[in-house]
Design a protein around this ligand. Sequence first.
Ligand SMILES: Nc1ncnc2c1ncn2[C@@H]1O[C@H](COP(=O)(O)OP(=O)(O)OP(=O)(O)O)[C@@H](O)[C@H]1O
Ligand SMILES: [Mg+2]
Length: 397
Amino acid sequence: MIVEHLSLVDFRNYATAELALHRGPNVLVGRNGQGKTNLAEAVVFLATLGSHRVSSDAPMVRDGQEFAIIRARLSHGERRVLAEVQVNRQGSNKARINGSPSKPNELPRYAHVVLFAPEDLQIVRGDPSARRRFMDQLLIQRIPRISAVLADYDRVLKQRNALLKSARARGIRGEGLSTLDVWDDKLVSLGSEIITARQRLAADLQQPVADAYEAIAGADHRPQLEWALSVGGADPEEDDDAATDADEAPAVAKLGDQQHIAELFRASLAAKRSTEIDRGLTLTGPHRDDLMLRVRDLPVKGYASHGESWSVALALRLASAELLRSESPAGDPVLILDDVFAELDADRRQRLATLTAGYEQVVVTAAVEEDIPEVLHAHVVRINAGTISDEREAADD
Ligand SMILES: Nc1ncnc2c1ncn2[C@@H]1O[C@H](COP(=O)(O)OP(=O)(O)OP(=O)(O)O)[C@@H](O)[C@H]1O
Ligand SMILES: [Mg+2]
């Protein structure tokens, strides 16, 4: 698919914006802080219903306004789809598809986007939450209906935590808490669906990641992905050494079917119940899992060099793009390369450009135009303090 046209109202620093994009490479150039990443973020929001920079929606609404609008005309071959979302500072968002009201979580069915950004280094170096977010956003692209499951899980988790906290405050012990069982049922059924889908995703990404890593790094360092599951006994959220301790292999549950995962989940909840009441917190489930990344059989976090870490991050994004490309009837995802070339050495820059140039549509942003490799240097648009000027196009006409 491609984005033919993007319109914004009160999104970040844009009062209004109209951006026409071409098939193939597009370049957005502008000095720091002018609004390049904001454009990238708007497109990503349609595809993942979230931002790569913030976990709440409010910062995306222009200062002083109550809501923002992102509207995009998408083209899937001959078919055109008008996708629109109203991002509300407070309350739930609203969506329209071809003008008709629709649920926001329908949008990822139409918009497929893979974003490469400097923040991607945090996927390999940051907290487990960064890796969960990466995998969940890709899951939403792959299986759009999972976004409702993820949202329901979050809601159940919050309610269960509130119940645990109030039980602690009232001094109720484990056995006296029969209402907890109702929440446990929901937590287990939603949670095991998430764990199973994430495990399948990790397994399906394994080969594309290995291929992409070799293509980017120019060497095969045997990258591996595997979930450390809290329901399987791992505790990556508490145990900071789990990722960095190479000698002690963390507890990793083998790829299981959903039924098996649900049983592990139940047993784990039973084992942790009294600690959970003591702490007023749900201590087991997909919200406590981590995606273990290794190269040369060592954990990336804590061991890999800066360059190797970048190669893993880029390989995860490239592999995501390849996976979506191979599975989606809607064609290629749109690739957005936000400010990544400035971060890379000449070899990786060249390889990344060559590997991405063949996608139906690529959007590259840069503060310094010279950083953009020749194969991607086309259709330059200039961004200046929230205004967009299509200089080259005007000159071409
Ligand atoms: N909700 C908002 N309301 C108004 N302005 C905002 C809002 N959120 C962000 N901005 C402004 O948008 C600008 C940042 O835009 P953006 O991150 O897109 O910059 P950029 O062009 O990508 O810069 P860089 O090259 O440094 O990455 C900042 O000046 C910031 O203050
Ligand atoms: Mg930026």
